[in-house]
Design a protein around this ligand. Structure first.
Ligand code: NAD
Length: 237
C-alpha cells in the first residue's frame, strides 16, 4: 500500500538512494533539500521535492504543510539530513560545534516532532534516523559530529519508550563510511586508512544503507523499535 514518506536531504547521497528505493516500493515520496535543484530523475518519478532548511522551524512547518496537502500526513519519516564540520577540539569554534548540533540533532528534533502530530492522530508511524558509526565509536577531529550522532541514539530510544504504546516506532541506522559527497573531502591516504579498518574492506554504497532503511520502514519490522542497526561493513563491532 502506498504510504506518505518524507526523506530529509533526499536530493543526493544516502538520502537519494533511500528516496529511490521507497519510490520503487510504490510509496508517495517527498524529499526536502537545502540548496541547488532536486535531481530530475526524482521529479520525473513523481517524487515531491520541497526546499527546506531544517535549522529553520518556519521552513519545516511550511514544508510539512505542502507535503500534507499533496500526499497526506507523513506516515514514514526518514531523518537523513546532516552535515560535518570537522576540526580538532582546540581549533573547533563554538559555531562549528553548535551548527552541527543544530542541523543533525535539533534539526532532526524539529522534523520528528512535526511528523508525530499526524502519526499520533493516525495511531501509527515509522521513524528512521540516520546516525553514524562515529556516534558509537567517536572519531578524532569529529567531536561535534559524534556528539550529534550519539545524541540521535538517545533521542530515538527515548521516543521509542515514550511512543511505543501509540504504535510509532523509532529506529536508528548507523552507517560506516559511504561513498558520497560527504566523504569526498577525505584524502586518498585517509580513505586507505579507513578501508584498512573495515572488515569488509571497502566503503558502502548508498543503496546498502537504503536497504536497511527500507526494511525498518516496512511491515516486516513491525516489532522492532529502539534498535540501532549498524550498516558499517563490520567497522563498529
Ligand atoms: P551528503 O552531504 O551527500 O548529503 C547530506 C544531505 O543533507 C544533503 O541532501 C543536504 O542538502 C542535507 N542537509 C544538510 N544540511 C541541511 C539543512 N540544514 N537542512 C536541510 N537539509 C540539509 O551526505 P550523505 O553522505 O548522503 O549523508 C546523509 C546522512 O548520512 C547524514 O546524516 C550523514 O551524517 C550520514 N552518514 C553519512 C556517512 C558517509 O560516510 N557518507 C556515514 C555515516 C552517516
Amino acid at each position: 500500500m502506498s504510504r506518505s514518506v518524507l526523506v530529509t536531504g533526499g536530493n543526493r547521497g544516502i538520502g537519494l538512494a533511500i528516496a529511490r528505493v521507497l519510490a520503487d516500493n510504490g510509496d508517495r515520496v517527498a524529499i526536502t533539500y537545502r540548496s541547488g535543484e532536486p535531481p530530475q530523475e526524482l521529479t520525473e518519478a513523481g517524487v515531491l521535492a520541497v526546499r527546506c532548511d531544517i535549522t529553520d522551524a518556519e521552513q519545516v512547518e511550511q514544508a510539512y504543510k505542502e507535503i500534507e496537502e499533496k500526499h497526506g500526513p507523513v506516515e514514514v519519516l526518514v531523518a537523513n539530513a546532516g552535515i560535518t564540520k570537522d576540526q580538532l577540539l582546540m581549533r573547533m569554534s563554538e559555531e562549528d560545534f553548535t551548527s552541527v548540533l543544530d542541523t543533525n540533532l535539533t534539526g532532526t528534533f524539529r522534523v520528528v516532532k512535526r511528523a508525530n502530530r499526524g502519526m499520533l492522530r493516525a495511531k501509527k508511524g515509522r521513524v528512521v534516523l540516520i546516525s553514524s558509526v562515529v556516534g558509537l565509536l567517536g572519531s578524532a577531529g569529529q567531536a561535534n559530529y559524534a556528539a550529534s550522532k550519539a545524541g540521535l541514539v538517545g533521542f530515538a530510544r527515548s521516543l521509542a519508550r515514550e511512543l511505543g504504546s501509540r504504535n510509532i516506532t523509532f529506529n536508528v541506522v548507523a552507517p560506516g563510511f559511504v561513498d558520497t559527497d560527504m566523504t569526498q573531502v577525505l584524502t586518498e591516504e585517509q580513505r586507505k586508512g579507513i578501508v584498512g579498518q573495515v572488515p569488509l574492506g571497502r566503503y558502502a554504497r548508498p543503496e546498502e544503507i537504503a536497504a536497511a532503511v527500507r526494511f525498518l520502514a516496512s511491515d516486516d519490522a513491525s516489532y522492532i523499535t529502539g534498535a540501532v542497526i549498524p550498516v558499517d561493513g563490520g567497522l563498529g563491532m
